[in-house]
Design a protein around this ligand. Structure first.
Ligand SMILES: Nc1ncnc2c1ncn2[C@@H]1O[C@H](COP(=O)(O)OP(=O)(O)O)[C@@H](O)[C@H]1O
Ligand SMILES: [Mg+2]
Length: 1019
């Protein structure tokens, strides 16, 4: 850990008051506020001592400049620091520093984080060290690091604070002048304020009430913070009594009441203004008597409205120049820097400081640095700088800061304020480097400021397009609209030449942004057009492949089969197995999958892409050459081809990789989506729902109705249907506009029209369903996409029209089965057969369902299997085979429970109960509330075993065979990862007294543990 030049500014309980800037002043008229503070600190400490953790609070103080916010916060610091064990963190915003990324959070967190021991630091950081570390200035970004997504930094900070707060609790976090907090800090603080109640943290904020005092872009965030300030105190002006006291303390008892009254009126009870006016009165040697009170107003104008001339009169040119240098630096002003920026000698600087302290402009902080006595004075001085002087001095400041070893990041705030129009190459280079550095700490907006400024310089003709390209890339993760324009400009020959390798990159980036904004056709087109102009074969192949990739996601492609043919040609001509070649393999595998060609072909290609089960070099999740779309496509291929575990490994890897890279936006959302889809296909519906909702939330955070949102909502609707929450699915689908006409160009996973039809079938609205599914079918057939798992329109259409058009209905059902057999996965065939059985009756249905169960039993599609079992049970019951019916229904119930398909469980139970069969052979209970890995029946056996009931008695109690009990026990032990003695604690239960391990032995001697029923078959 290195502390990059930022002084430790705060004290914690043990070493408080090392730098509290101001000597204590007696605070007048603040008894209420101080009582609130005392009470809040008391509560925090008391409740924490009593074991509470979710005890945080937010106190917010607002008011005009000079009313006493800062003074009050000093009292808060003092009060909190006196508490045993309390950690007090302090920071403040600066008018000149509000564009410095993480300026406030670094002040707040650096001191406490740098003081952690190495192992505690590691625990607090978790996996976020490479994200939070650089952003908080605790370490340099790793060599070769990529840009950080600001949302990733915020997620990381959430983690770090959740870890830190309980370790350093009770914790008081104080932020003064929040209105000047930099946007990066503020956007985290705004969210953190909302959840501060979940942690042992007292937040105390102070800010100016008047919105005019706020820098424009942070208005909304400020409101966000205010909304959650439970106790907001607006500081009132001081009373006449208090001001009179202040006057008399200074001028003696001779001050007359009428004078004091006028004085109070003139300063409007503002203590800062009172102090300034008192200075003037003293300077002018004005007698504090009634007849002099009329002069007060004039003196006050002088005291507050300082012009260039009045400052010059007071300070003289050299001192004023020093003051300007200080004003540019803002807060926590290093004397050596101010000296060099003001181009003064050490001697001259000392004289200036003396003057400025005498004139009550500056004070010296305990850490040796300078501070303005009040920000109003700093503003006043800064605003008197003639423009040319200001621009020039910012230039000097940038150089001096860099020379002082404080880095480009710190210097860049000044660089962007310097003269432009000189065409200075050096400045352009520096700004571009600063932009890169900002990207590495998750501050894309600051990076953009640097690049905009670089463009204004302007850069030389031959690198202008490159700067535009960098500008376009800087907003990739945050502002798609701006990115499109900038990248288009970068590619525009009128803006100057762009190096060929960058042209390809810029084109690909542009297509990516277009695609993720729903413009897939455009995305494909820009790649195609650029490919035609690209002579280098490798680059051309990359662009062609990208163009195919975007087309692959398009549903309304005019000549789908033709494109498939060309893709095949591209595949046949592949020379090697470089990343670009493998990219073609991925696209072909996915194309084959959608077309429903033999699954083995698609899988062979997919397997060829991987290196030992992992993504190959150049095609990783965070590789920028290809983006994450290709690995996603590969993952989808595995999902739809019944190789779900492989897909889950890839998706899990994606979640981790994106997290490490700090890409918490659309990337992580898409990884959650893939995982959700995999879980859905596996039949783990509760987990699927959870992942999909997370994906959806992320997409909402980024923008309205992105393709990601469509995908997530689509599969979520499907999941809800499976869980029997059809009305909820219906509402969600409609709320999202998931009905005709469908989203114009973007393919939705699963196919939107098929899904909508399926939903209508579930609602028994067959006419509407028939229309939707017919439309879906027509479109997909033309496109050449026959995959019945991805778009199960034919099977559902058969159900929708079975009553009115039995003949056509049979045709569709058979077509679906035929297509499924061509595709050839067990889940596809089983599901198609299951749907076909729905339109048949009697023995015919039984036979179809028996086949369906057999196929699905060999697939990972747990939910489909469960439905088929229950359907088969019902069909068997209808033909009078009650005993067989019962067995299948029981199995169906177990599996449905495992899938969290509650309504399916109910249906099967009803089926049993209606015919006098015992609905509860297994006495199962809700599996989700217990240990994740155990099925209901296993849990029942486990519960009894923990109570010391021997297997024979368990079998009797549950009404099942002893051998089944033993098999279940074996599964319990395997899953719980323990033997009989450790079972109780593994399940979080207390063993019954007297339960000896020998009484709960898992297996009969000599019996092999078998695969228990009711567990989803693996792959
Ligand atoms: N309650 C008070 N009673 C007396 N003097 C005060 C009080 N509050 C602030 N002051 C004085 O007023 C000046 C400005 O206060 P400050 O806290 O910096 O205001 P703000 O932060 O609201 O701009 C300081 O010099 C301080 O000593
Ligand atoms: Mg203040």
């Amino acid at each position: 850990m290195t502390d990059q030049g930022n002084e430790l500014r705060t004290g914690s309980g043990s070493d408080r008051d090392d730098d509290g800037p101001a000597p204590r002043v007696r605070l007048r008229d603040r008894d209420n506020e101080l009582r609130s503070v005392e009470a809040a600190v008391d509560r925090l400490c008391r409740e924490f001592a009593a074991g509470g953790t979710e005890i945080g609070e937010l106190l917010a103080f607002s008011g005009r400049p000079g009313i006493g916010k800062t003074s009050l916060l000093h009292e808060v610091r003092r009060i909190a620091s006196m508490r045993e064990g309390a950690t007090v963190l302090f920071a403040r915003g600066g008018e000149r520093q509000f564009k410095e990324p993480y300026h406030v959070l670094r002040q707040l967190l650096q001191p406490v984080l740098t003081r952690l021991e190495a192992d505690e630091f590691a625990q607090v950081m978790g996996t976020w060290e490479e994200v939070v570390g650089p952003a908080m200035g605790l370490k340099q970004p790793k060599a070769g690091a990529r840009r950080l997504d600001p949302q990733g930094v915020r997620d990381g900070l959430d983690y770090v604070l959740t870890q830190l707060a309980p370790r350093r609790a009770p914790m008081v976090m104080i932020v003064d002048d929040l209105h000047w907090a930099d946007a990066e800090s503020l956007s985290w603080l705004a969210k953190f304020a909302v959840r501060s109640g979940e942690l042992p943290v007292l937040l105390v904020f102070a800010f100016r009430e008047d919105e005019n005092d706020w820098p424009g872009e942070t208005h909304e965030l400020r409101r966000g913070v205010l909304d959650f300030a439970r106790r907001k105190h607006e500081l009132s002006r001081l009373t006449l009594n208090s001001v009179s006291d202040m006057i008399r303390a200074e001028l003696g008892d001779r001050a007359e009441d009428a004078f004091c009254y006028e004085f109070w009126n003139v300063v409007n009870g503002n203590p800062f203004e009172a102090g300034r006016l008192l200075d003037q009165v003293r300077e002018q040697e004005l007698e504090p008597v009634e007849e002099n009170s009329r002069q007060l107003r004039e003196l006050a104008v002088d005291a507050t409205g300082m012009t260039l001339k009045s400052w010059l009169d007071r300070l003289g040119p050299a001192t004023l120049r020093f003051a300007w240098a200080c004003a540019m630096l803002g807060t926590d002003i290093r004397i050596d820097l101010a000296t060099r920026i003001s181009t003064q000698s050490g001697e001259g600087a000392r004289e200036s400081i003396k003057q400025l302290r005498k004139q009550r402009v500056l004070t010296q902080a305990p850490n040796g640095n300078l501070e303005f006595v009040h920000p109003l004075i700093a503003s006043s001085i800064y605003n008197t700088m003639p423009e040319a002087t200001r621009l020039g001095m910012h230039g000097i400041a940038a150089v001096e800061i860099e020379n002082a070893g404080l880095g480009l990041l710190a210097a860049s705030r000044h660089l962007v304020e310097t003269h432009s129009g000189e065409g200075d190459d050096r400045i352009v280079r520096k700004l571009r480097r600063a932009a890169v550095e900002h990207q590495l700490i998750g501050a894309p907006e600051a990076a953009q400021r640097c690049l905009h400024r670089a463009l204004n310089e302007p850069p030389a003709d031959d690198i202008k397009a490159e700067v535009l390209y960098e500008l376009g890339c800087s907003a990739l993760l945050t502002d798609p609209g701006a990115t499109v324009n900038q990248l288009r400009l970068a590619l525009d020959p009128d803006e100057g030449p762009l190096r060929p390798e960058l042209r390809v990159d810029a084109t690909f980036r542009l297509s990516e942004v277009l695609a993720h904004s729903g413009e897939l056709g455009q995305a494909a087109l820009v790649c195609q057009e650029e490919a035609e102009q690209t002579t280098d074969p490798v680059r051309r192949q990359r662009l062609q492949a990208a163009s195919f990739m975007w087309h692959a996601f398009r549903k309304s492609e005019e000549n789908g089969p033709g494109r498939s043919a060309r893709l095949e040609e591209l595949y046949r001509n592949l020379a090697g197995r470089e990343a670009a070649d493998r990219a073609v393999l991925v696209m072909r595998a996915w194309d084959l999958t959608l077309r429903g060609e033999p699954s083995t072909d698609a899988l062979a290609l997919a397997d060829e892409v991987l290196d030992g089960g992992r993504l190959p070099k150049g095609l990783g999740w965070t590789d920028t050459t290809w983006g994450f779309e290709l690995p996603s496509m590969l993952c989808l291929t595995y999902i739809y081809n019944d190789r779900i575990a492989q897909a889950e490994r890839l998706a899990a890897d994606a979640i981790i990789q994106f997290e490490l890279a700090g890409w918490s936006g659309a990337h992580r959302g898409f990884a959650y989506f893939l995982m959700g889809l995999a879980r859905f296909r596996r039949g783990l519906l509760a987990e699927a729902e959870d992942f999909l909702r997370r994906a959806y939330r992320i997409s909402e955070r980024i923008g309205a109705k992105l393709p990601l949102a469509w995908d997530a909502v689509g599969v979520l609707v499907d999941t809800l249907i499976a869980r029997g929450r059809v009305d909820e699915a219906w509402e969600l689908a409609n709320e999202f506009g998931f009905h005709p006409p469908y989203h114009a160009t973007v393919m939705v996973l699963p196919d939107a029209a098929s899904l909508y039809g399926k939903l209508l079938v579930a609602k028994k609205r067959y006419a509407g369903a028939a229309a939707a599914l017919t439309e879906a079918g027509a479109q997909l057939e033309v496109r050449g996409w026959h995959n019945t798992v991805w778009a199960p329109w034919a099977g559902h259409l058969a159900i929708a029209i079975s009553a009115d058009e039995p003949e056509r209905s049979r045709d569709y059902a058979q077509k679906a089965v035929r297509d499924a057999r061509t595709f050839g996965t067990a889940s596809a065939i089983g599901s198609a057969l299951r749907l076909q059985a729905r339109i048949e009756d009697g023995q015919q249905a039984v036979e179809l369902l028996e086949q369906a169960v057999e196929h699905l039993g060999q697939s990972p599609a747990g939910y489909e299997h469960a439905v088929a079992l229950v359907d088969l049970g019902a069909a068997l019951r209808r033909v009078g085979r009650l005993e067989d019916a019962q067995e299948h229904l029981y199995q169906g119930i177990e599996l449905a429970q495992h899938c969290s398909a509650e309504k399916l469980v109910d249906r099967a139970r009803r089926e049993l109960a209606n015919y006098g069969l015992r609905p509860n052979r297994l006495g199962v209970h809700d599996f989700r509330e217990t240990l994740e890995a155990l099925s209901g029946p296993e849990r029942d056996v486990a519960d009894l075993a923990v109570k010391g009931v021997p297997p024979q008695r368990i079998a009797e109690r549950l009404g099942v065979h002893l051998s089944l009990v033993n098999r279940r026990l074996a599964a319990v032990y395997r899953k719980a990862g323990t033997g009989p003695d450790g079972l109780a604690s593994a399940l979080g239960l207390r063993p019954e007294p007297g339960a000896g391990p020998d009484e709960v032995s898992g297996l009969e001697p000599g019996e092999e543990p078998g695969e228990e029923p009711g567990v989803i078959p693996g792959e």
